[in-house]
Design a protein around this ligand. Structure first.
Ligand SMILES: *Cc1c(COP(=O)(O)O)cnc(C)c1O
Length: 396
């Protein structure tokens, strides 16, 4: 009798999807058939892409491919188990050493994805009664990690250090962790790391920086946003970054003091209870780390392309954001306007993603343009003239 009124979960999910479709906010999958640097082929259409996070243009580098195939021939494909059983190979250990040295940290620990690394760190560090203070625009997985940990999550307005200070001061007795993106993934701006570091020192809070979009791109030899802010392991004990963006691979790591890494190996469940990343992937990532450090011209080229794009966009009066990074959002009034602009660009042979709620707040829809060292100057010029005509169309 009672069970007859129990809601059906599949029906409920389908109703939520239908609602999103009616609001024209449905997310759609697109299959890419072929990739050649910044060029993509999808459904017989050839598009110049400005949406990948391959900032240094390493994803198809011959040295990465050679490292991957060589290691696969020797080690096979799968790691065959979790790190703590028998999945931790020489390739992983060598990559961890190189990442620690590059970022100026005592040690590093690999995770299979950045999402898992953030869940693992926050769940290992925090528990009920603790407080986790976060920038409102932090990546979704930092927020999810805090929720999973059971700590009290407090979100301060974007980059508002004074608000973060008030949130910490309101709870002086609780153990506290402050987490921020280094470079914000949808806005491209850089967190006020020096001010946050001072605040955390004064408040005895632990500072964690997610440098998914800074590693490889910013700082001395590409060591990331913390290095660019002239900070080190002492001020920012917890660094997390991914291998799937500027390094052109997949996976992530946490780096910091030995005690941090030893603790994560014991307590980070997304580290313990999952299969280690394929050793061949670790070998490819090691090649990427070496190239990212050695080939400063990739960062210089990227910086020049960013400057070219911003100068052109200012001349055209495009709605540029205050970002100096490879992520260059154009803020549009509505989700409809962002979608229409992306569709118009696509008809002109360019792939740019429209980012709409709930990924960004209501009224903050945008085109998220990402630039890469794989682009050339004439690619940027093509993007600018296509944007000029798309956004003109949108206005009439
Ligand atoms: C991409 C990203 C992640 C997640 O990393 P994956 O390896 O893709 O799971 C975490 N944090 C930020 C800021 C990111 O941009």
């Amino acid at each position: 009798m009672a069970a007859a009124s129990r809601p059906d979960l599949l029906e409920r999910l389908a109703a939520q999807t239908a609602k999103r479709e009616r609001a024209q906010l449905l997310r759609r999958l697109r299959t890419i058939d072929h990739v050649d640097g910044p060029w993509l082929e999808t459904g017989h259409q050839r598009l110049l892409s400005f949406c990948s996070n391959d900032y240094l243009g390493l994803a198809q580098h011959p040295q990465l491919i050679a490292a991957l195939t060589r290691a696969a021939r020797e080690a096979g494909v799968g790691s065959t188990s979790a790190h703590l059983i028998c999945g931790h190979r020489t390739e992983h250990a060598e990559l961890e050493e190189a990442l620690a040295a590059w970022t100026g940290r005592e040690r590093a620990l690999l995770f299979s994805t950045g999402y898992m690394a953030n869940l693992g760190v926050l769940q290992a560090f925090l528990t009920r009664g603790d407080v986790c203070v976060q920038d409102k625009l932090n990546h979704a997985c930092l927020l999810d990690g805090a929720k999973l940990s059971g700590a009290e999550l407090k979100r301060y307005p974007h980059a508002d250090v004074a608000a973060a200070a008030r949130q910490l001061a309101a709870n002086p007795a609780a153990a506290a962790l402050l987490a921020t993106d280094g470079v914000f993934s949808m806005d491209g701006d850089i967190a006020p790391l020096r001010e946050l570091a001072t605040l955390c020192t004064n408040e005895r809070a632990t500072l964690m920086v997610d440098d998914a979009h800074g590693l490889g791109v910013l700082g001395t030899n590409g060591a990331g946003s913390i290095s660019a802010a002239n900070l080190g392991q002492h001020e920012v004990p917890l660094l997390m970054a991914t291998l799937g963006k500027a390094l052109g691979c997949s996976g992530a790591f946490v780096a910091g003091p030995a005690a941090l890494i030893d603790g994560l190996i014991q307590f980070a469940r997304p580290y313990i209870y999952t299969t280690a990343m394929p050793p061949a992937l670790a070998a490819a990532a090691l090649a990427a780390v070496q190239l990212a450090q050695a080939e400063g011209w990739r960062r210089e080229k990227l910086t020049a392309l960013i400057g070219r794009f911003r100068r052109g966009a200012i001349e055209l009066g495009l709605p540029l954001a205050a970002s100096t990074s490879a992520i260059q959002p154009l803020l549009l009034d509505s989700a409809d306007a962002a979608l229409a602009a992306a569709q118009s660009l696509e008809r002109q042979g360019l792939l740019v993603s429209a980012i709409r709620p709930p990924t960004v707040p209501q009224g903050r829809a945008r085109l998220r343009i990402t630039l890469s060292a794989a682009h050339e100057e004439d690619h940027v010029d093509r993007l600018l003239s296509a944007l000029a005509s798309s956004l003109r169309q949108g206005k009439t």
